[in-house]
Design a protein around this ligand. Sequence first.
Ligand code: BEZ
Length: 229
Amino acid sequence: MRLGNIVPDFSCNTTQGEWSSFHEWIGESWCILFSHPADFTPVCTTEIGRLALKYEWFKARNVKIATLSVDPVDSHNTWLEDVVAHCENGVTIEFPIIADADRTISTKYGMLDPANLDDKSLPLTFRAVVTTDPEKKLKLQLNYPASVGRNMDEICRVIEALQLSAKSSIATPANWPNNHDSIGMKGAVFLLPTVTKEDADKHFKDYKTCEVPSGKDYLRLVKQENLPQ
Ligand code: BEZ
């Protein structure tokens, strides 16, 4: 599980039926595999509800969502009724939840938390966000402990950043898109240091080089609407 490597394939049972291959299910999409520690726990209940509210947002960007815990499918299905009842917007859960009762997948993916054990003293999954591109390469992984619920807006933000940097030779600044407002470049992105001046002049309309004491010209901002198509 290293950035840039293809994530492991697996077969499994899910709330939407059996899969012979996770990779086949992903197809040509981006994918986020979310693990959670356990069904019928409070933070996880809110996370799945908030994730469901973003389902259409992800779908519009060709991102498939799957979640996973070490509970069996019948537990997932019963629990989902609680998730829907607790989520104030009356969501439907359109994405599958994988059952990893024997921990094969979470072991392969390194998603088990030795500090969080079930009643048989076996480790539960932590809150992983495993994000892959259409080639099934790991592009980003966020790991949270059981005690911290994830912010779905942040996950949408990183998907936008990943997809933007997959299309153009850019990188997103800290706190993007809430950056560089004070110089009239709100939401602008940086040209990669590997973009030559010649290419920058040719392809990135109205990019702005920020002056710094070193005199080096590596802080080159371009507005999103001026990125090459
Ligand atoms: C929760 O989802 O609330 C939770 C799960 C496992 C440990 C602690 C909290």
